[in-house]
Design a protein. Sequence first.
Length: 269
Amino acid sequence: MSHYVKYLRPIALGSLAAGLLGLGACHPDQPTARQPTGPAATTEPAVEKATGSPADTLHLPGGQVVQLRATTAAAFDKLPFGGLPELPNDSTAEHLPAGQGRLTRQGPVLRLRPAQGPEVQLTSTPDAQFTLQNAAAVRYRYWGSLPTAHQWAVRAWAWESDGTVLVDQRTGYRLAELPGSPVAAPDGRFVLFLSPGLGGGDQANRLSLVQIEPTGARLRWQIEPTTWEPVAARWAAPQRVVLMRRHALPDGSLADDARVTYDELTLPR
């Protein structure tokens, strides 16, 4: 293939938070996430910028280099879908599971009660304040469960971007919003987030990997490609995932009939 992925220097996640409109720490109504103990209590990894090149490799934060192996759309289609169905930005689309009262809503407040640990509350911005001018505005809707990963997924909408909050069903540990949609590995050890954002607007163009630990979810790494966007992913094995990538033109724009490739990524141990 003719695309090589090269990365610029790492950027601290904290410096990027202000740039994710409607996501992460810019929401004043967002409660502070508890810090896990043990292995999950680590410094958040950096985000590295990606560009294109003649080899099929990804340079991950920390100096890891992984090879992408070309595959086909037919092979991709045979793999099981590990994500969640689309959820419109509409209050009527939210369906809380019945029984046990572990997930409830009181007006703008979504309440999630884990098996152990404190209740997690996510409060949406009132409709009157959910405007283009309000960069801190956010709407939270329960999206679904990733049972193998022991996570609840909550969709977070800003004006022109979206992300996902993971809340551990066992401990209540809440991972701060990540842009895009989650796809869980078959054994639940990893969750990949895909955020295609080359088409314009405020959506980050980002691929993120989260590892599930006994205390909760931990962000392993993020990359920001500049010559392609991650459209979809399906897991072929616990540490092998096939990416559907849409490639930009040489001038950086994304055509309606953009070139699409399917590439298998084996996660480094």
